[in-house]
Design a protein around this ligand. Sequence first.
Ligand code: ZN
Length: 243
Amino acid sequence: MRVLIISDIHSNLTALDAVLADAGKVDQTWCLGDVVGYGPDPNQVVERLRELPDLSIILGNHDVAVLGQMDYAVFNADARKSLSWQKNAIETVNLNYLMGLSKDKLLRENVTLAHGSPRDPVWEYILNALSARMNFDQFDTPYCFVGHTHLQCLFQMEMDKDRVVQLIPKAGTVHPLVPRAILNPGSVGQPRDRDSRAAYAIYDPDTSQWEPRRVDYDIAAVQARIRAAGLPEKHAVRLAEGW
Ligand code: ZN
């Protein structure tokens, strides 16, 4: 079984389409949130996701903000500007679709899905072994998939030593999983690990294999749409540099 794992698309349709083409045929898609925010294509991204069969999806902090369920004051100035733009641009049918999604953790196969962390699904960033360690007590499944940091990596719990280590498996290689682990597929639409390629992963629940992947996409086309929309220049520049 092949499950496509995507997160943090952030209104970047070109990156999403590159990922869907690169992934090829999959049995299911699990999306870890932040469908909108930052980028120029909120409607097109929601519409593309709605077309996917067997999609499981949860909300991220940017989605919750666009839905009007979170104060914009918690975001930085450029992110706030983008959120206001998205709130105006998004069509009611797409807003209603997001409205119907959960902000909470979701269970699929032997995996817990959360946007930020199992402890605080919308907001907490799992950036290091310490924050990962605090979260291993917050889910019961062998694996937990999270997004939010835009960093493709995994946190492995070494049961015998009660220690968590952070690993960055090489993109394009298959990594056999050992319980327990917290895994991040990286960001489709705004990677922040200095690799500008769109990030995602393929998970096989039958064999417990994780394959982090990267794919090139037409960044210049997205930058042109960001500028045409009058969105913050920073959001265009960072795409090419991967931060
Ligand atoms: Zn995000």
